[in-house]
Write a protein that binds this ligand. Structure first.
Ligand SMILES: *Cc1c(COP(=O)(O)O)cnc(C)c1O
Length: 318
């Protein structure tokens, strides 16, 4: 039995945005001195969680309306996006195909094992070839091998994704001073910029090292919408903890403390680094008492399963 099927009993239920909500959260040693809120998009679904549902929603709708039978997409081996697409295929009745970055693994990791069990066909592209993943000609060439698939880019980040993400603001009954989100492929931050009022500052925390190049990518995403002119947004690129999926003792200690205070789980790859960034900024008195700060819990908790060995090592050896 796959790990996730044991753990997640509601994995084939329909995603439900009404499960998400806005609630207060608190930071270690900051307590109630700041007005900090979190959008709990992790509650939307056990597998199609958080921003992955927001981004897939209108892609799935389009694929359904245009009678596509198959979805073809891209992702890393531990990708929350592949996990979500595999599940969405099962729930909504699409065949799913994934091109995965890297060589074939001798033993599938829990994410890919789950994807395969859900019926996803998995192919591997070496790192060099994978660089072409966003090139439309390359995508068409790959698609030729299958029966007219609907192509969803890596992370689900495209025009349709932005529209879904912008709907997060429906859950926030005030105009935030700041909105924070973790950044991977950039679609989520772009959607948050699209949907924001002009007085809201949107801050992205890249989960990768040297993330400042993401600025250009996000700029290109949001250019669909001239309304974005004049919106204030930035990336804080110093909270990657050494790189993608890298963690250290400071982060692990923070996550355990945070979870103890707030009573909900966060993921080590994305949201932990975002909440840590907010904590650091709070300690440096970056915010005013009157600021309303909203963090997006983008989900991704399945990724913690693959991090357990790293976490254990850090707790045992520091
Ligand atoms: C994929 C993911 C992100 C990154 O979102 P992008 O739109 O790719 O920038 C952030 N948080 C979690 C939990 C994710 O799974």
């Amino acid at each position: 039995m796959n790990l996730f099927l044991n753990k997640y009993d509601k994995i084939l239920e329909l995603p439900d945005e009404n499960q998400s909500l806005l609630q207060r959260f608190y930071l270690p040693n900051i307590g109630e001195n700041l007005q900090t809120f979190v959008v709990r998009d992790d509650l939307i679904h056990q597998a199609i969680s958080g921003n992955k549902w927001r981004k897939l929603k209108y892609n799935l709708e389009k694929a359904k309306n245009e009678n596509y039978k198959t979805i073809l997409t891209f992702g890393g081996a531990f990708s929350n996006h592949l996990f979500a697409v595999a599940t969405a295929g099962k729930i909504y009745g699409f065949e799913t195909i994934a091109f995965v970055r890297g060589e074939e693994y001798e033993q599938l990791n829990p994410t890919l094992e789950y994807a395969k069990l859900s019926g996803m066909s998995i192919f591997y592209l070496n790192r060099e070839t994978y660089r072409n993943r966003n090139n439309p000609d390359f995508q068409r060439e790959l698609a030729k091998n299958f029966e007219n698939p609907f192509i969803v880019p890596e992370g689900g980040s495209n025009h349709f994704a932005l529209k879904g993400v912008a709907e997060i603001y429906k859950l926030i009954p005030f105009t935030p001073s700041y909105v924070f989100s973790a950044v991977g492929s950039g679609g989520t931050l772009a959607g948050l910029i699209d949907g924001a009022e002009k007085s809201t500052k949107i801050i992205g925390i890249p989960a990768i090292k040297n993330g400042s190049y993401m600025k250009e990518i996000i700029k290109n995403f949001i250019s669909y919408n001239s309304e974005n002119d004049g919106k204030i947004w930035s990336l804080f690129t110093d909270f990657h903890f050494g790189g993608f999926a890298k963690i250290d003792k400071k982060l692990v200690d923070f996550v355990y403390k945070f979870q103890q205070i707030n009573g909900f789980e966060i993921d080590f790859i994305y949201t932990a680094k975002m909440f840590y960034a907010i904590w650091e900024l709070a300690k440096q008195s970056y915010f005013c008492k009157t600021d309303k700060i909203v963090a997006i819990h983008t989900g991704g908790l399945q990724g913690n399963v693959g991090m357990q060995n790293k976490i254990k090592k850090i707790l045992n050896y520091g």
